[in-house]
Design a protein around this ligand. Structure first.
Ligand code: 5AD
Ligand code: SF4
Length: 438
C-alpha cells in the first residue's frame, strides 16, 4: 500500500514540476513514506531523518532549500512527536491527506513554520487524485479499499489507516482501464482487508471483490489480476468460485493466518479457528487445484506457549506455504496486546522465529525445486544484474531469470525452468517466444 501511495504522491506533485529522483542528495523535496506496523520500522524513520538533516543543512549552506516531509502511518500515529523530535521537518501528513499536497507544498515554500495534516477528511482523497496514471513497467497496484475495522489486538492499522472504506466500483474500473492504457498487463488490487471490498456501483448495487474481479477480467489487454491482503474470516464462496472461473486471476493467494493455535487466534481477535482456516484452504484448492499460498506469521504473541508455537509449525507443515512473512511480536502503543500479561522474552521470540523460518524456507525451496522442468508464463519486467538478463514473475510470484538478447521486456513469455534456488528460478525461453518477437 505504501508503494501505491508513493506512486500517487509522485503523480500529485508532477504538475508542480517535481519528478521522482533516485537519490535524496540535493533534492528539492524529500518525502519519507513510513510504516508503523512494528517498532523497528517506526524507529528507522528517526535514524533516516538524522541522515537527511545533514543533507538539508548542506543544501542550506549552498543557499538552497530542501523541503523535508514525513507521511505514512508513523506520520499519522505520532505526527506531533515527529515534529518535536525532528524540528527540521517541514511537513507531516497522514496517508489520507496527500491529495492536499499542492496546497501544503505552496504553504511550506512560502512560510517556514512546520505543517501538520493528519485529518481523516470527509472528502475521499481518491476523488481528488489525478485520473491519469503512469505505469513503470507492466505491473501496477490499484488501491480499491483502505482502512480496517477488525482490530486484531496486536495491530495499529485500524488506528493509522482509519475505518474501512471501499472505492466505488466505477472509479476502480476506470483506474484499471487507465493503467492498462498506460501499459499494465498485470494489476494487483490492494486493500488492508481487500476481500471485504463492497464498492457502490452506478446502479446503486454493491459489488463484492469477486464481482469486481470478474468485471475487471473483461478489460482488453489486461492479462493478470491479483489481490492482497485477505482476511481469512471473510473469504466468501463467490471469491472462492472466482479462483475457478477467472483464468486471469493468478493462482497465488496471500492469506495471513498469523498463528496455528486457537487460543492465540482468539487472543489476537482473529475471528476464526485453525480448523476453519484449514477448511477454507481446502475449499480454495478444490476450486483451483494449483493454488499456491503465502501467509503472515507472528511468533511470541503474549501468552504463546511452546505448545501453541508447535501448533503453528504443525499448521505450516499441513497446509504448506510457498512464501511467507514472519515476525516477532512487537508491542505497539495503544493496542490491547501491548498491555497483556505474559509478554514473551525476546530470546524466546528470536528462537521461535528462527525455527519457524527454517520450516517456511524449506517449503519455499521445495516448491521452487518442483518447478524445474516445468514451463511457466513469466511476465518479464526488470533487467537482471548481468548483461542480457531479464527478470520476471511467474504466476506464483516467483522471480524468474532468463538470459536473452531479444526485446522481451514487459511481455509474458513461456519459460522452461532449468534450476531453482530459495529466492529465484532460472529458465530458458521457449522457442516460440523468440520466433514471436523476431
Ligand atoms: N507485531 C508483529 N507483527 C505484526 N504485524 C502486524 N502487527 C504486528 C505486530 N504488532 C504483522 C502481521 C500482519 C503483517 C502485515 O504484519 O503478521 O499480517
Ligand atoms: Fe491489522 Fe489486518 Fe488485523 Fe486489520 S485485519 S487489524 S490490518 S492484522
Amino acid at each position: 500500500m505504501n508503494v501505491y501511495d508513493s506512486e500517487r504522491i509522485a503523480e500529485v506533485l508532477s504538475p508542480l514540476g517535481f519528478v521522482p529522483w533516485d537519490t535524496t542528495d540535493g533534492a528539492d523535496m524529500v518525502i519519507l513514506n513510513t510504516c508503523h506496523i512494528r517498532e523497528k520500522a517506526a524507529e528507522k524513520v528517526y535514524s533516516e531523518l538524522g541522515r537527511l538533516r545533514k543533507q538539508k543543512e548542506a543544501m542550506a549552506a549552498d543557499g538552497r532549500r530542501m523541503v523535508l516531509a514525513v507521511t505514512g502511518c508513523v506520520a499519522q500515529a505520532e505526527g506531533e512527536e515527529v515534529l518535536k523530535r525532528a524540528p527540521y521537518v517541514d511537513m507531516v501528513f497522514g496517508p489520507q491527506t496527500y491529495h492536499r499536497l499542492p496546497q501544503m507544498v505552496a504553504e511550506a515554500t512560502r512560510a517556514s513554520g512546520q505543517q501538520l495534516d493528519t485529518d481523516f477528511p470527509e472528502e475521499s482523497k481518491f476523488d481528488a487524485l489525478p485520473q491519469d496514471r503512469t505505469v513503470d513497467g507492466a505491473t501496477a497496484f490499484l488501491a480499491i479499499q483502505e482502512g480496517c475495522d477488525k482490530f486484531c489486538t496486536y495491530c495499529v492499522v485500524p488506528y493509522t489507516r482509519g475505518a474501512e472504506y471501499s472505492r466505488p466500483a466505477g472509479a476502480v474500473l476506470s483506474e484499471a482501464r487507465n493503467l492498462v492504457q498506460a501499459g499494465a498487463l498485470e494489476i494487483t488490487f490492494l486493500g488492508q482487508n481487500v476481500n471485504n471490498y463492497h464498492g457502490e456501483a452506478s446502479d446503486g448495487s454493491t459489488w463484492s471483490l469477486a464481482r469486481l474481479i470478474r468485471e475487471a477480467a473483461e478489460i482488453d489487454g489486461l492479462e493478470r489480476l491479483r489481490f492482497t491482503t485477505s482476511y481469512p474470516a471473510e473469504v466468501d464462496d463467490d471469491l472462492i468460485a472466482a479462483h475457478k472461473d477467472v483464468a486471469k486471476l493468478m493462482p497465488y493467494l496471500h492469506l495471513p493466518v498469523q498463528a496455528g493455535s486457537d487460543r492465540v487466534l482468539k487472543a489476537m481477535n482473529r475471528n476464526h479457528s485453525v480448523d476453519e482456516y484449514r477448511a477454507l484452504v481446502d475449499k480454495l484448492r478444490i476450486a483451483r487445484p494449483d493454488l499456491a499460498l503465502s501467509s503472515d506469521f507472528i511468533v511470541g504473541f503474549p501468552g504463546e506457549t511452546d505448545a501453541d508455537f508447535r501448533a503453528t509449525l504443525k499448521l505450516i507443515e499441513d497446509v504448506t506455504f510457498i512464501q511467507a512473512y514472519s515476525f516477532k511480536y512487537s508491542p505497539r502503543p495503544g493496542t490491547p496486546a501491548a498491555l497483556m500479561d505474559l509478554q514473551i522474552d525476546e530470546a524466546v521470540k528470536t528462537e521461535r522465529l528462527a525455527e519457524l523460518q527454517a520450516v517456511l524456507n524449506a517449503q519455499t525451496l521445495a516448491f521452487n525445486a518442483a518447478c524445474v522442468g516445468k514451463t511457466l508464463p513469466v511476465l518479464l519486467d526488470r533487467t537482471g544484474k548481468k548483461p542480457g538478463q531479464l527478470i520476471g514473475r511467474s504466476p506464483y510470484m516467483q522471480a524468474v531469470v532468463v538470459n536473452t538478447s531479444e526485446p522481451l521486456m514487459n511481455r509474458i513469455v513461456d519459460v522452461t525452468i532449468t534450476s531453482a534456488g530459495p529466492n529465484s528460478l532460472l529458465g530458458t525461453l521457449e522457442k516460440d517466444n523468440q520466433k514471436a518477437c523476431a
